[in-house]
Design a protein around this ligand. Structure first.
Ligand SMILES: C[S@@+](CC[C@H](N)C(=O)[O-])C[C@H]1O[C@@H](n2cnc3c(N)ncnc32)[C@H](O)[C@@H]1O
Length: 273
């Protein structure tokens, strides 16, 4: 890719390059699903899909795989249609992009529903997050799993900017403000280019920083019977290694990312995912 500049850069592509890895994410979803149900998930729903990168990758697995992406924002869905859907080739007709609120999802049942990159933090009130989780459960197939990610640790609450350098640009995660009473949490993503220019406030998030115990409690209240937390392993330099395993007593890092997987209680053929 040519070096991006403020004039040529596409903020959606830079976002994908910085925080998404659909191939790895799908590998994880399929591995866990197969461990729990002993079969292959075919229907994916990507809530808060944004550019629908995961949907467009999912349908390329086989002619039986279908995907539904939901997002409120017409502009980002248009971007997905123009830039990501063509990458699905002949599988593109098996991606459906729905402009709407995840609080009113289509009825079609999915084997896998995802809410990634902490997007559900947008729901700041307990009854609303509970209602979202209930709707996910009702629209899951009987053999269905809900995947969410979450991050936390004391460093998550501290206003600070973390910079990750990519070829030709830097991604800056700006934890701008945190209110310890309400949990209100304002963050931005900025991009900086090698020519010194950049895109400030390319994305803004007005979230509540939910804790993992709160999210687990709400999932249970919403009717999910089995809730597992997959914790990221650590490499020799102390950084996360991208490998997520089920955990009960994880290392209490100052900043961590985890996946939560919620579904029905399964007796067999679970092999202890
Ligand atoms: C952080 S981006 C997530 C993009 C992508 N799924 C990912 O994993 O990186 C959040 C997206 O959620 C969308 N969104 C926010 N509230 C929503 C809602 N209530 N229903 C549907 N989409 C929503 C925004 O328009 C935005 O595209």
């Amino acid at each position: 890719m040519a070096k991006p500049t403020a004039r040529t850069a596409d903020k959606h592509r830079l976002y994908e390059m910085s925080v998404q890895d659909p191939t790895e994410e799908i590998r994880f979803l399929r591995r866990v699903y197969r461990d729990v149900f002993g079969s292959e998930p075919k229907v994916l729903r990507e809530d808060f899909c944004g550019t629908a990168a995961v949907c467009c990758r999912w349908v390329r697995i086989s002619p039986e795989h279908r995907a539904l992406g939901i997002d409120l924002d017409a502009e980002v869905l248009e971007w997905a249609r123009a830039h990501n859907l063509p990458s699905a080739g002949r599988a593109a007709p098996r991606v459906r992009l729905h402009r709407g609120n995840v609080l009113s999802p289509p009825r079609a049942r999915a084997h896998v529903v995802t809410a990634m990159n902490f997007s559900y933090f947008t729901f700041k009130e307990r009854p609303i997050l509970l209602s979202y989780f209930r709707k996910v459960r009702r629209t899951l197939h009987a053999k269905g799993l809900f995947f969410l990610d979450i991050y936390g640790g004391p460093e998550a609450q501290i206003p600070q900017i973390e910079e990750l350098v990519h070829p030709g640009f830097s991604y800056l995660w700006d934890q701008d403000a945190y209110n310890p009473i309400t949990g209100d949490y304002r963050c931005f993503i900025h991009f900086r280019f090698t020519d010194g220019n950049g895109i400030r406030k390319a994305f803004r998030y007005d979230w509540r920083l939910w804790s993992l115990p709160e999210v687990r409690d709400l999932l249970r209240e919403a009717g999910f019977e089995e809730i597992r937390v997959y914790w990221e392993g650590t490499s020799a330099d102390g950084e996360g290694n991208g490998v997520f395993r089920p955990a009960l007593r994880p290392v209490n890092d100052p900043a961590w990312i985890a996946y939560i997987v919620a579904g029905p209680r399964v007796r067999s053929p679970a092999r202890g995912a």
